[in-house]
Design a protein around this ligand. Structure first.
Ligand code: 6LW
Length: 517
């Protein structure tokens, strides 16, 4: 059956997947955004329902003051003996403690509630769990090997309910030669232990390598076929780039699949949607090595034997919210996301969503502005918001196309000297400028609109549902990961915001259009 990639579009990196009977569960990293680690479920690997988040309260996920692209790095989801486990790294805690940021939460229901964290005393990222046939649970993740010195894959037995380390730490691999061996997972099949790694860094040299051993502690021998998947070298000519950080899963029909992160650049080495989750079929050769279809090169479409293919329905990323019908913050769609802290008193529901704008602004580093966003999932996308015009002087509120505090374009309403103004405000690096301003007639509501494509974000405003007037545009390139000052790992959101006073929103509509073939 034909299916399209990415299976989880928009900023959803570092995927991990497991299967329980006929249902698949998938998690992604979330960095400085709250709630953390979305848990999606599917029976056909194409239609994914956002069941909840593994980290949905501050006691699990303190993000105040987190730098861009810090917070929650790669997660892993596994199931054993009636419980779901999610292990990940809070890198702020890792660096602040100098000891560890690796923690495990567990749940009987993947939709939650998930437990409070238990910590595993290992400095490094990308932790993973593996249960052997005898029920013993093992941790593997990155670590610094003093003996080389360098980054390696550290391995030890662990109690997944307490985080207690139960055996001596060993380094079982240093990769096949790519930089940053990370994202390890252990699998067992036909008497072999397989160790799969991400190598090469999560950019354009990324690859997923696989090795095997008859002993779980190794030594591990790498596949003679080279990387299971990559877009480096001669494989790097397609529309999907940076593939790596993968996880393997089989379905109830005995077919195997790999999920991995990848990017859909708008042009050579520039992507703004973030690293997304892709799916490809995997086949096991007579020699016992797994091979990804299409010679390990990710495609936008595959024709493959999907599980429960009869349940596949058309995929839509659209989100429509009538805030006048929403009674409280808990009733918002699960895709709604906050930047760092979800300060609930700044989000009130009274015949619409009243955002209480504070002194924390979109352009402040490490801040928690009043901000409510959804991930942009396709290059062609549109976000509309209907605001009431009862703004106090100096308040600014509207929609932001937001990558991070130094890279965002905002279409907003404000008042100055009693005049109602629509503005286009752009922040790129240390340049912040209102590049367009339009005085609006007296009106009850204003609809702000952002239309995105591979080249531009176009910003418009319409009074009382009338004709849209274009304020201007911003280059899509300005919101790309590759142009940020430091290495970043996130993606573009379309978000409502308010600064310096209250703003009331009647509705928010996000629509996205899959690229034509
Ligand atoms: C992830 C690690 C990585 O934990 O980036 O570059 C981190 N490689 O695998 C964040 O995605």
């Amino acid at each position: 059956m034909q299916y399209r990639n990415p299976i989880v579009p928009g900023y959803n990196p570092d995927p991990s997947i497991c299967r329980v009977e006929d249902t698949f569960y998938l998690v992604n990293s979330t960095f400085e955004f709250f709630p953390g680690v979305p848990v999606r479920k599917s029976q056909n690997l194409v239609n994914w329902e956002l069941a909840g988040h593994a980290l949905d309260r501050v006691s699990q996920l303190p993000l105040q003051g987190s730098a861009p692209s810090s917070g929650i790095f790669a997660p892993v989801i596994r199931y054993h003996d009636g419980l779901y486990y999610m292990i990940t790294t809070h890198v702020n805690i890792m660096f602040a403690s100098g000891k560890t940021g690796n923690f495990i939460v567990h749940a009987a229901d993947p939709a939650g509630p998930w437990s409070e964290p238990v910590w595993v005393d290992q400095f490094g990222i990308d932790p993973s769990l593996f249960w052997d046939d005898d029920g013993r649970c093992y941790f593997c993740g990155t670590g610094h090997d003093e003996s080389i010195p360098g980054q390696g894959i550290v391995f030890f037995e662990v109690d997944p309910l307490t985080g207690e380390i139960l055996s001596e730490k060993k380094f079982i691999s240093h990769g096949s030669g790519g930089k940053c061996p990370e994202g390890p997972h252990i699998y067992k099949k036909d008497g072999w232990y397989y160790l799969m790694l991400a190598e090469g860094g999560t950019e354009y040299g990324h690859m997923e390598t696989i090795a095997r051993s008859r002993s779980i502690e190794g030594p591990y021998e790498f596949s003679p076929h080279g990387p299971l998947l990559t877009c480096r070298g001669y494989r790097g000519l397609g529309p999907v780039q940076c593939t790596g950080h993968a996880d393997l899963v089989d379905d109830a029909n005995g077919n195997w699949w790999v999920v991995c992160l990848g990017t859909r650049p708008i042009g050579p080495m520039a992507h703004q949607l973030g690293r997304e989750t892709f799916l490809a079929p995997v086949f096991w050769g007579e020699d016992g090595w797994p091979r990804m279809a299409n010679d390990g090169v990710m495609k936008m479409e595959f024709d493959a034997p999907l599980p429960a293919a009869e349940t596949v329905t058309p995929v839509s990323d659209d989100i429509h919210i009538d805030f006048t019908a929403v009674k409280d913050i808990g009733s918002l769609p699960p895709e709604c996301t906050w930047l760092r802290e979800k300060i609930t008193e700044n989000y009130r529901f009274a015949n619409g969503l009243v955002l209480r704008g504070t002194q924390q602004k979109l352009s402040d580093p490490n801040a928690s502005p009043t901000w409510l966003g959804v991930r942009q999932t396709q290059h062609s996308a549109c976000a509309e918001a209907v605001l009431r015009t009862e703004l106090a002087g100096g308040t600014a509120a509207g929609i932001t196309a937001y990558y991070m505090h130094t890279h965002h374009y905002d279409v907003l309403l404000t008042r100055r000297g009693g005049r109602l103004l629509a503005q286009l405000r752009k922040h790129l690096y240390d340049m912040v400028q209102v590049t367009a301003e339009l005085e609006l007639p007296a009106c009850e509501t204003v609809t702000l609109r952002v239309r995105a494509d591979r080249s531009l974000y176009t910003f418009e405003a319409a009074a009382d549902g009338g004709e849209f007037i274009t304020l201007g545009s911003g280059m899509t390139a300005g919101l790309c990961t590759e142009v940020t000052e430091h290495n970043t790992f996130t993606g573009t959101f379309l978000a409502l915001f308010a600064e310096d006073g209250d703003a009331r929103f009647d509705r928010f509509d996000y629509t996205a259009e899959w690229a034509k073939k």
